[in-house]
Design a protein around this ligand. Structure first.
Ligand SMILES: [Zn+2]
Length: 312
């Protein structure tokens, strides 16, 4: 039986559903308006049957589903897209306009994902362009009696969005605040993606905070924060603190394993360390340079100041 909870008026959390081994289990949401409905975040292909079954169970006809809206296109968020587009032929995919070329021609997206996650990771086949609505932030999606506002929320990735439900003031921040375990309100920043941008991530956290959301609904683990202001404030504090740790480690040239260890010690201190996380991160052979450290943040600092070399 798939867990389904109406977490706010007309917002149903589905799951968490199991994902590829290296990504957290995830929860898409069904947001229901008077005329139309939207699926918030998609998931992997193997999760689509459970998602469709849950929608039937909730009692919303497939013909009312007008949109899939993904915060971004890291593959555990969107690899099920083609199957879903096939099953719901009237629905459109809403994605950041910078993501559209990578959905239409996903070779680089697939290669980049494989380089980080290795064999068995999700992949995507080309998505028909006429099924995608590229947005940039500021667009309003009207579901009938309910409006969803698209917010530019780059930082975790250069093509990241957040979605704000004006009716309940619920915010779907995607990975912009990181991941939150159920029962916790402090997020663990997701600073791993290679194009992570510290300053944009912080600017996004501030902008999301200014929206004064009532609640945050996350995709990873089906996390939720009922204290969004605190969560977003912590987010900024934690990104800055980790930046300091990583910058110092790179300056000292201590290597990626040691930088990773220091960052995990910080997670210990703030209570967001993953229970399954080992002391030593084993880097698969041929794995990315600097793996073990928060690679995206290292890459950002290296781009800003080439004298800080990528850790080995
Ligand atoms: Zn991501």
């Amino acid at each position: 039986m798939i867990p389904i909870v109406e977490v706010a008026k007309g917002i149903f959390r589905i799951g968490p559903l199991e994902t590829f081994a290296r990504t957290p289990n995830t929860s898409p949401y069904l947001v229901v308006g008077e005329e139309r409905a939207a699926i918030m975040e998609i998931g992997e292909e193997g999760q689509v049957p459970a998602l469709l079954q849950a929608i039937r169970h909730i009692g919303v006809g497939y013909d009312r589903i007008a949109y899939f809206i993904s915060s971004h296109i890291h593959l555990h968020h969107v690899a099920g897209l083609n199957l879903l587009l096939h099953q719901l032929p009237q629905a459109k995919m809403v994605a950041h306009q910078r993501a559209v070329p990578h959905l239409v021609e996903p070779t680089r997206l697939n290669e980049g994902t494989f380089a980080v996650w290795g064999a068995g990771c999700p992949s995507l086949s080309p998505v028909p362009e006429d099924r995608i609505w590229g947005v940039a932030g500021g667009e309003i999606i009207d579901l009938g009696g309910r409006q969803l506002e698209i917010i530019d929320a780059t930082g975790h990735a250069p093509h990241h969005l957040a979605i704000f439900d004006r009716l309940t003031r619920a915010l779907f921040p995607g990975d912009a605040v990181g991941t939150i375990r159920l029962g916790k309100e402090r997020a663990r920043p997701d600073i791993l993606p290679p194009l992570f941008d510290i300053e944009r991530a912080i600017e996004t956290l501030r902008r999301l905070r200014a929206l004064k959301p009532s609640v945050l609904f996350l995709f990873g683990y089906g996390g939720v924060s009922h204290s969004p202001d605190k969560t977003l404030q912590w987010g900024e504090q934690d990104v800055r603190a980790i930046e300091g740790i990583v910058r110092k480690g790179m300056r000292q040239k201590v290597g990626s394993q040691e930088i990773g260890r220091r960052v995990r010690a910080y997670y210990d201190q703030i209570g967001t360390r993953e229970p399954t996380e080992d002391e030593e991160v084993v880097v698969p052979e041929g794995g990315p340079q600097g793996a073990g450290a928060p690679i995206g943040m290292c890459a950002y600092l290296h781009r800003e100041d080439p004298s800080l070399e990528m850790p080995q």
